[in-house]
Design a protein around this ligand. Structure first.
Ligand code: ATP
Length: 711
């Protein structure tokens, strides 16, 4: 292993170990000195001051101007670097020891380069000094010790040895010269001082340098430096063995080598321990940076763990008490346990909720099933209810039939204001019979009785007259056709009974209003079961011509009566107005009355010479079954039935009267045929019977006729 390689591995050289051991062995340095570094440094400084003081004292302050009295190590080295002080001191102690001291650069013109010249001068002075010192047997140092710092101890040692020698010499040179108890130079039984051989490598190098060998000065200087160690060891070995017997030398050398090896091993062990400590320190220093690299890890959990470790390490580095870490750990553990307990409770709650939901679902299913059964029962009941209703309708209308499909009522009009009651021809009224006084040709009064379904006297109210007709209104909503006539001579009160007086009050409302009010009332009561659409037509038959009383265009057109398989007998060109309330009907009837032809006659100033017919069409649709039922009701105010010969009319009025009588006669014939259930009913003999054919005929299909004959 080379010296350079050694220095890379160990901080000390083998030579230095051997040298230290030799110095220790010969008492140069007491063991344990380097245990107190400061004490050693202080001692080193004092020795350096002593050496510097002696040099300044010996060569004079002027000569030692570059050397302070108490120089630092660096000042000491630089002050002696030129070798001038050293050579002058040596010449003072040993005159002529250095024959020529190079004092300045100008003394040598052989080397042109100033820097190189200066270094060469220094080297020459130092070399001459060292050679002389070595020849005197005084401990030397390496020339390189003055070129680099940290090696002044040997220089100091050399100078103090020289001082000791000087003191010894000045004191007369009596006895044995001793250097500080460190180095013993003994004449050993003779006056001749210890003489040592010159180091061969050193001398050879020196010879080459002086003889102008082509080798560079640096090479020579390096050779000299490498040789320096062995030369120093040589001096020490010689000093250690100088006063020893020849037979003791092998044992002494062996002992010294053992000590060297022990010291070497000790230093190695110490060095290894130091390296381990240094490595640990480096790990401790490097460890805080570790979490930084871990923080770049992928998962959040790793980051948290890393952060936690980092925190713990920092706490550890900061010297956080162990109890605090344990306390935190216990808190975290308690937190985790509580969260686990919460999770368990949540799971239990979830299971409980699931079970509750299942139970609830089952209950709902059960309730749905029960509800379905209940609905099924309700549907069955509703169906039964419908059947019951149907049966009820059927029975109801059977009763109406039993009462008679054709009902004839008689109403006696009271005397009007100004009419004498003594001229009344009504003799007696008894329920359904009325007795009339008839004048005889020969002045003898006669009596004639007539039977009706019911006879209403002069005091009968509008409500009482309508009450017997009212049951037929319900039949209309059940799908039956109803026809209500008012028959009588002019002025007998037909219009009054069917419509009412000109000034209408609630009590004076006629059959038409009351029938329609009942119709709307009943349809409203049935709206949950059946939806009804009600529409109205109002026609007039005048002189065997059909006219529309609800026409709003002012044109009194002549309409045709049609017979279709779908709608039966109808007047398609007539206005058909949908109504939803009695007031709608009232408005329409007012329009019709205004349109009706009215002309004064000798018997009645409001005598009407036309038949008016208010037709109500009802269409019902059962909401559950969708079944459609249709019914109609004719409310007819016939023209006056007076005899022509008494009406004192001629011309157009006569013609009108003739048409009226003819149509009334045709109506009578039809009713008579229906009553007698003849196979042939003469509907076509007049427009009136044609128009009312569907309502008058087909008695077996439960059509009802109510004829009010008024006298
Ligand atoms: N029951 C009654 N109570 C009171 N007044 C009546 C009654 N019946 C009819 N009148 C009155 O008798 C008059 C004639 O009645 P109404 O006009 O109804 O007869 P009509 O039979 O319709 O005649 P026309 O055939 O000419 O139309 C009217 O003034 C009417 O107010």
């Amino acid at each position: 292993m080379s010296t350079e390689q050694q220095q890379q591995v160990w901080p000390f050289s083998v030579a230095s170990v051997v040298e230290d051991m030799l110095q220790e062995n010969i008492g140069t340095r007491p063991r344990g000195v380097d245990l107190v570094a400061s004490r050693k440094a202080e001692e080193t400084s004092l020795r350096r001051y002593e050496a510097a003081g002696w040099l300044r004292k010996t060569v004079g302050v002027v000569g030692g101007k570059d050397l302070p009295a108490e120089p630092s190590e660096e000042e000491f080295r630089l002050g002696l670097r030129s070798g001038i002080i050293l050579c002058n001191v040596l010449n003072k102690v040993q005159p002529g020891a250095v024959p020529k001291v190079v004092e300045g650069p100008g003394d040598s013109a052989e080397v042109p380069d100033g820097a190189a010249l200066s270094a060469f001068q220094y080297f020459e002075n130092v070399r001459n000094f060292l050679v002389s010192i070595e020849e005197m047997g005084i401990p030397t140092f390496e020339a390189s010790d003055l070129e680099q710092g940290g090696k002044s101890a040997r220089v100091v040692n050399c100078i103090l040895a020289l001082k000791s020698y000087s003191d010894w010499k000045q004191s007369g040179g009596i006895g044995t010269w001793k250097y500080g108890g460190n180095l013993k130079l003994s004449t050993s039984g003779g006056t001749k001082p210890f003489m040592r051989k010159n180091s061969e490598p050193f001398m050879n190098s020196f010879s080459r340098a002086c003889s102008g060998d082509p080798s560079s000065f640096d090479e020579q200087f390096n050779d000299l430096s490498e040789a320096g160690a062995s030369r120093s060891l040589n001096v020490l070995v010689r000093a250690a063995l100088s006063n020893k017997k020849q037979e003791e030398i092998p044992n002494i050398v062996e002992s010294m080598l053992n000590k060297v090896m022990e010291e070497f091993e000790r230093r190695l062990v110490s060095q290894n321990e130091q390296m381990k400590i240094t490595a640990k320190d480096m790990e401790v220093v490097a460890s805080p940076e570790m979490p930084l690299s871990r923080t770049s890890s992928d998962t959040r959990m790793e980051e948290e763990t890393s952060t936690q470790i980092n925190t713990e390490e920092r706490c550890h580095q900061k010297g956080t008490p162990h109890e605090e870490s344990e306390d935190q750990l216990l808190k975290q553990q308690a937190l985790v346990e509580r969260q686990e307990q919460d999770i368990k409770e949540l799971k239990l709650a979830l299971c409980s909720t699931k079970e509750g939901m299942l139970l609830l679902q089952m209950k709902h299913m059960e309730e749905f099933n029960n509800l379905g059964k209940h609905l099924h029962g309700l549907a069955h009941a509703a169906s039964g209810y419908q059947r019951v209703l149907e049966e009820n309708r059927r029975l109801y209308n059977q009763v109406q039939d039993l009462k008679g499909n054709i009902r004839v009522y008689c109403r006696v009009r009271p005397f009007l204001t100004g009419q004498a009651s003594r001229f009344s021809t009504v003799d007696h009224i008894d329920e359904g019979n009325i007795t009339i006084i008839t004048p005889s040709k020969y002045g003898k009064e006669g009596r004639k009785s007539f039977s009706f379904n019911k006879v209403f006297g002069p005091l009968a109210t509008q409500e009482e007259v309508f009450a017997d007709t009212q049951p037929l209104i319900r039949s209309v909503l059940d799908g039956y056709n109803v026809c209500i006539f008012a028959y009588g001579q002019t002025g007998s009160g037909k219009t009054y009974t069917m419509t009412g007086p000109s000034e209408l009050t609630e009590e004076s409302l006629g059959v038409n209003y009351r029938a329609l009010s009942d119709l709307f009332l009943l349809s409203d009561q049935r709206k949950e079961v059946i939806h009804y659409d009600i529409s109205v037509q109002m026609l007039e038959i005048y002189n065997e011509q059909v006219r529309d009383l609800l026409a709003t265009d002012g044109v009194n057109r002549r309409l045709e009566i049609r017979n279709s398989s779908q709608n039966g007998i109808n007047v398609p060109e007539a206005s058909l107005v949908t109504v939803s309330s009695p007031s709608d009907v009232l408005n329409l009837m007012n329009i019709g009355l205004r349109n009706r032809a009215v002309s004064a006659t000798a018997m009645n100033d409001r005598s009407s010479r036309s038949h008016s017919c208010l037709t109500v069409h009802v269409q019902g649709r059962e909401l559950t079954s969708g079944t459609v039922i249709r019914g109609s009701m004719h409310l007819v105010d016939l023209a006056g039935s007076e005899r022509v010969d008494k009406s004192e009319v001629t011309g157009d009025r006569l013609k009108e009267a003739q048409h009226i009588n003819r149509s009334l006669s045709a109506l009578g014939d039809v009713i008579a045929s229906l009553a007698q259930k003849n196979s042939h009913v003469p509907y076509r003999n007049s427009k009136l019977t044609q128009l009312l054919q569907d309502s008058l005929g087909k008695i077996n299909q439960r059509h009802s006729i109510s004829l009010i004959s008024i006298i």
